[in-house]
Design a protein around this ligand. Structure first.
Ligand SMILES: [Zn+2]
Ligand SMILES: [Zn+2]
Length: 399
């Protein structure tokens, strides 16, 4: 292999290296044909065909393009492994030969790599007769923004394929190749969006006494909202309120009638999430009404916080240690305020989501950058992690 050979402590499962050329080719094929939320048709068909060729029982069209492969090995626990398949609306600026062939879309979050690694693990485990139980391989659409995990569950994912626990992973730029971060408890934040339409009264820019200025009011509201994290939330809890859009006005000398604010909030605990929603509405409405404007307020709960369960986090840590050694397992990493829809699955099932080191995040190699690319060097590490996790959860001896 490439760089991971220099990491003495990385122990790729025997037999995985032989699969890598095929897995890498599959990853590049998906990378060239990125598909976004619920439109992962070519990707899903490719995955389904591969799973069938491995002898798995395959189910398609769950949440439109979702694919589930089932590997049954007699009586034993039933465990799910999940990968996401979708790309983003970003125009790729890389120059390698497998660059996106679809204008304005690219795999900028590495879900091509996630699908490829889970595919490699399914291929390897399909020939492993030592497992006892059932493995459910979930290939999920629409992780970005659209909550494909929730839709798969609404369409009966866990009633059709009952499992005791569910595991996921994400490549993580900024963590070294050969490092895996695992923790029990919160790892990624709850993600909500909001919109405030302030309806004032327009006037000539030179005659402010005739108006109810929605821009001035918007400024007061934005300042007021910033008091939530600093004056309402306990300093030991995390909370983010970010106004990311302000839309008002068309020219220099007219005070507009309306101003729209949009943005996002992040939190970990349910009580902080409730507090943010309640205070934002109170502050917005009272300030606007106080200045004589009317309002339309919308707050949408998007993704819950991603919270790993204790027992499954321990199992994930053991699997990670078996591959990268305990000293390269980052325990209790600082959580990220980014969000991940695997959190919906963890609301219903015990489980654990880990970050797999993808190497440097410098020079645009970060998630959602037009220069990002999944690091193929970590394919054998990710596949080995899934295999060790299967061995730990389905009772066979770790090899
Ligand atoms: Zn992403
Ligand atoms: Zn992602």
């Amino acid at each position: 292999m490439k760089n991971i050979d220099s990491i003495a402590t990385v122990k790729v499962v025997e037999g995985v290296h032989e699969l890598i050329p095929g897995v890498e080719a599959f990853r590049h094929q998906i990378h060239q044909h990125p598909e976004t939320a619920f439109e992962e048709i070519i990707t899903a068909d490719l995955i389904a065909k591969k799973l069938v060729s491995f002898g798995l029982e395959v189910h398609q069209n769950i949440a439109k393009t979702g694919v589930v492969g089932v590997l049954r090995r007699g009586v034993g626990p039933s465990i799910a492994f999940r990968a996401d398949m979708d790309a983003l609306h970003i125009a790729e600026t890389n120059t390698f030969d497998y660059i996106s062939q679809v204008s304005g879309k690219m795999h900028a979050c590495g879900h091509d790599g996630h699908s490829a690694m889970l595919m490699g693990a399914a291929q390897f485990l399909s020939t492993d007769q030592s497992l006892q139980g059932t493995l459910v391989f979930i290939f999920q659409p629409a992780e970005e923004n659209e909550g494909g995990a929730r839709v798969m569950m609404e369409e009966g994912l866990f009633s059709r394929f009952p499992v005791e626990a569910v595991y996921g992973l994400h490549n993580w730029p900024g963590l070294e190749v050969g490092q895996i971060a695992v923790t029990a408890g919160p790892l990624m934040a709850a993600f909500d969006t909001f919109e405030l339409e302030i309806q004032g009264k327009g006037a000539h820019g030179a005659m402010p006494h005739d108006c109810v200025d929605p821009i001035y009011i918007a400024a007061q509201v934005i300042n007021g909202w910033q008091s939530i994290a600093s004056r309402n939330v306990n300093p030991y809890d995390a909370a983010v309120v970010s106004v990311t859009q302000i839309h008002a006005g068309d020219t220099w000398n007219v005070i507009p009638a309306n101003c729209n604010l949009k943005g996002t909030t992040r939190s970990f605990s349910a009580s902080v999430r409730d507090l943010i929603e309640e205070k934002m509405e109170l502050i917005a409405k009272n300030i606007c009404h106080g200045f004589g404007a009317s309002v339309k307020w919308t707050y949408q709960r998007r993704y819950p916080a991603l919270i790993n369960s204790l027992v499954e986090a321990q199992i994930a840590k053991q699997a990670a240690s078996a591959v990268v050694s305990l000293e390269r397992v980052i325990q209790d990493p600082k959580p990220s305020m980014t969000a991940e829809d695997f959190a919906f699955m963890l609301e219903k099932k015990p489980g654990c989501y880990v970050w797999l080191g993808n190497g440097s995040s410098e020079n645009g190699k970060n998630l959602h950058s037009s220069k990002y690319d999944f690091n193929d060097d970590i394919l054998p590490i990710g596949i080995s992690y899934w295999i060790e996790l299967a061995r730990k959860t389905l009772g066979a001896k770790s090899g």
